[in-house]
Design a protein around this ligand. Structure first.
Ligand code: CP3
Length: 318
C-alpha cells in the first residue's frame, strides 16, 4: 500500500518545495521519498510514483489539484477521445519511473526489496472517464453498458500500456509488482467477469512470467475475490471487510494473501491498533504466504508512532 506520504513530516517538508508530479518525475526526489518510511522498519520499499502517471504519455493530461485529488483535463468519453489515446512504450514518456527504479535499487543495495506498481485498467479508466475521483462511477458504468465496444477499446489500450509498464519496471529492477484495482469493488461480479477480468488477465498472465511475485490488489472486493484470483496474481490483496482466513480459503492456499488491517485503526489508541494487528496475524494462522499490510492506503492524519508500533508488533509475532 501507500507507505510514504503526508503523515510523515519529512514528506510534507519536501512537498512544500515541490509538486507531487515534480517528485515523481525527478528520480533523486522519488528516491528520497521512497526511502523515507523505511526508517519505520517496513520489510519492503514501494516505489514512489502514482498509478495515473501513464495518462500523460497516453495523451490524457492531468494534475493533482490541491484538496481535490486528480483532475483529468479532458475526460475520455467519446469514440474520438478513445481513438486519440496512444499506446505508448514505457521508455517513451515514463522513462523517469524506470530511472527512479534503477537509482533506488542501487541505493537499497540488496538490503530491502523494491516493489513496483501500476494501476489496473478499470481503476485507471474510471479516472479517465469520470475526470477525477467519483463516489458512484456512474459515467464509467454508463459507458460500460451502453457503449461496450468503446469501453472495451479504452480498457484494451490502458491494459496494453500497463502490461508493458510492469514488464519494464521488472527489467529496471523491481523485485515484485503490485496491480492496484482500488475501485473495482464498485462492480457486480457478473460485470467484473464480463467487462474487466479479461483485461486484467491480459496484464497479469504476462506479469506472472517475469519471475517476481505479482500482487493483485483491490478494495471492497469481498464478492470478487474468486474472480480476481482467476484474473491472475501470485498474491491476492484482501481488505479489512473480509476476514483474512475466509478470504484465503476462498482464493485457495496455493495463492499468497496480503492484508488486512483497516488503515483507520492507525488512528485508534496505540494499544488497540497493535492488538488488532496481532489479531490479523492470528487469523492468518501462521500459514506461510501471508504479507501483513493495511487493507488500503495510510491517511495523512496517521500518527507515525502508531505505524512504528504496529510494524514492531508484526515483527514480534503473535
Ligand atoms: O509509498 C507510497 O506512497 C507509494 C506511492 C503511491 C502513491 N500513489 C503516491 C501518492 C502509490 C502506490 C499510489 C497508488 C495510487 N494512486 C492508487 C492506488 C492505491 C490506493 O490508494 O487506492 C490510487 C487510486 C492513486 C490515485 C491518486 N493519487 C489519488 C486518488 C490521489 C489523491 C489522494 C489524496 O489523498 O489526496 C493521489 C495523490 C498521491 N499519490 C499522494 C501520494 C503520496 C498524495 C500526494 C500529495 O498531495 O502529496
Amino acid at each position: 500500500m501507500r507507505q510514504a506520504g503526508r503523515y510523515m513530516a519529512e514528506y510534507r517538508a519536501l512537498r512544500a518545495k515541490h509538486t507531487m508530479l515534480e517528485i515523481c518525475k525527478t528520480p533523486e526526489l522519488a528516491l528520497e521519498v521512497t526511502l523515507q518510511p523505511l526508517r519505520l522498519g517496513m520489510d519492503a520499499a514501494i516505489l514512489f510514483a502514482d498509478i495515473l502517471l501513464p495518462l500523460e504519455p497516453m495523451g490524457a493530461s492531468f494534475e493533482f489539484a490541491k484538496g481535490e485529488g486528480p483532475v483529468i483535463h479532458h475526460p475520455v468519453r467519446t469514440r474520438a477521445d478513445v481513438d486519440r489515446l496512444r499506446i505508448c512504450d514505457p521508455e517513451d514518456g515514463l522513462g523517469y519511473v524506470l530511472d527512479a527504479i534503477r537509482l533506488i535499487r542501487k541505493e537499497l543495495d540488496g538490503k530491502t526489496p523494491l516493489i513496483g506498481f501500476a494501476g489496473a485498467p478499470f481503476t485507471i479508466a474510471s479516472y479517465m472517464i469520470e475526470g477525477g475521483k467519483s463516489s458512484s462511477y456512474q459515467t464509467t458504468k454508463k459507458m460500460m453498458w451502453s457503449e461496450p465496444e468503446l469501453f472495451h477499446d479504452l480498457m484494451s489500450k490502458v491494459s496494453e500500456v500497463v502490461r508493458r509498464f510492469l514488464r519494464a519496471q521488472v527489467a529496471a529492477g523491481a523485485q515484485a509488482v503490485q496491480l492496484f484495482d482500488s475501485w473495482v469493488g464498485s462492480l457486480a461480479v457478473e460485470d467484473y467477469r464480463t467487462y474487466v477480468q479479461p483485461h486484467v488477465a491480459h496484464i497479469l498472465s504476462d506479469a506472472m512470467t517475469l519471475g517476481v511475485p505479482v500482487i493483485h490488489f483491490g478494495t471492497g472486493t469481498s464478492t470478487l475475490l474468486e474472480a480476481q484470483r482467476d484474473a491472475g496474481g501470485t498474491v491476492i490483496g484482501v481488505d479489512w471487510r473480509t476476514p483474512l482466513d475466509q478470504a484465503w480459503a476462498r482464493v485457495g492456499y496455493d495463492k499468497a494473501v496480503q492484508g488486512n488491517l483497516d488503515p483507520l485503526l492507525l488512528l485508534a489508541p496505540r494499544d488497540v491498533a497493535v492488538e488488532r494487528a496481532r489479531a490479523v496475524l492470528r487469523t492468518a494462522g501462521g500459514r506461510p504466504g501471508h504479507i501483513f499490510n493495511l487493507g488500503h492506503g495510510i491517511v495523512p492524519e496517521t500518527p507515525v508512532d502508531t505505524v512504528k508500533a504496529v510494524i514492531d508488533a508484526v515483527h514480534a509475532g503473535v
